[in-house]
Design a protein around this ligand. Structure first.
Ligand SMILES: Cc1ncc(C[n+]2csc(CCOP(=O)(O)OP(=O)(O)O)c2C)c(N)n1
Length: 278
């Protein structure tokens, strides 16, 4: 079912709040990764508000949807969305990356918070998602497994072993969303090691695959629905995004992959976000 204009606006407003949270969290921690979560805020907000069925009530239910953040370094936005969903107290967000906090710089499995898997070591995520999707099917669950990956993670060979398994076992309950921003830690992905056309690659591996504008809430929603309708093979959505989206001096810059804004930069970022609030 298509989204109403007011629902699209609600999702855009959530993405905006997530961006503000990310800037505040990484600034307060004085370390972390602001660029990725700013770029992923629109598609992750669409997924979390409209599709991923995690709630405080069902977080321990074995048959709820699963979520794995393969690019675990982008977890500031993940925590912010878990807070919006009521899984983490909003005030706890400011403990991000502090000693003793539950909210470390990479996600640690914690079902109380709805975190399904520990990530950070790139390359493992899709293999874990394949195992969860197979397990869910064996158990007779009707849930979906959402696995988030990135163009940088797609350079890992293990991703393609997992892609082979997923299509071999016809895992129609598995969707991977790839944050494709042409940026990784060392610079432009196309210069470091070009992964080329990921839609064509996933198709060649036997998947249903689509390119999607990762900042267009309606397009992301439609693509997630289309993926749900394909039940005989896994789906890959290649989300084209801009790293640092919403903050002019971070947009498109590899230098903002993993650096915290200083006081002045954080103030400017929050000012810009306030100006462009939906
Ligand atoms: C196995 C492994 N090797 C190296 C790293 C170090 N590392 C952290 S993030 C990153 C770049 C990942 O690229 P991408 O997810 O596309 O980055 P972004 O778009 O967030 O800038 C690397 C190489 C890691 N986390 N795991």
């Amino acid at each position: 079912m298509t989204l109403t204009q007011s629902r699209i606006l609600e999702i855009q407003q959530t993405a905006h709040q997530v961006r503000e949270d990310v800037v505040r969290m990484v600034h307060a921690a004085a370390c972390g990764h602001p660029g990725g979560p700013l770029g992923m805020a629109d598609f992750l907000s669409t997924l979390f508000l409209e599709h991923f069925n995690l709630t405080p009530e069902n977080r321990h239910a074995p048959d709820r949807d699963r979520f794995i953040l393969g690019n675990g370094h982008t977890c500031a936005g993940y925590y912010a969305l878990l807070a919006r969903k009521g899984l983490i107290p909003q005030e706890e967000l400011m403990s991000f990356r502090k000693f003793g906090s539950r909210l470390q710089g990479h996600p640690h499995r914690n079902l109380d918070m709805g975190i399904d898997f520990s990530t950070g070591s790139l390359g493992n995520s899709l293999s874990v998602a394949v195992g969860m999707a197979l397990g869910a099917r064996l158990a007779g669950y009707e849930n979906r497994v959402y696995s988030i990956s990135s163009d940088g993670e797609s350079q890992e060979g293990q991703i393609w072993e997992a892609a082979t398994s997923a299509s071999h076992y016809r895992l129609g309950n598995l969707t991977v969303i790839v944050d494709f921003n042409n940026i990784q830690i060392d610079g432009e992905m196309r210069k470091v090691m070009d992964v080329r056309d990921l839609r064509a690659k996933y198709e060649a591996f036997g998947w249903h695959a689509m390119d999607v504008d990762g900042h267009d809430v309606l397009a992301v929603h439609d693509a997630l629905e289309a993926a749900q309708a394909v039940t005989d093979r896994p789906s890959a959505l290649i989300a084209h995004t801009t790293i640092g989206k919403g903050v002019s001096f971070m947009e498109g810059k590899a230098s903002w992959h993993g650096v915290a804004p200083n006081d002045e930069q954080a103030a400017q970022a929050l000012e810009e976000l306030a100006q462009s609030a939906p």
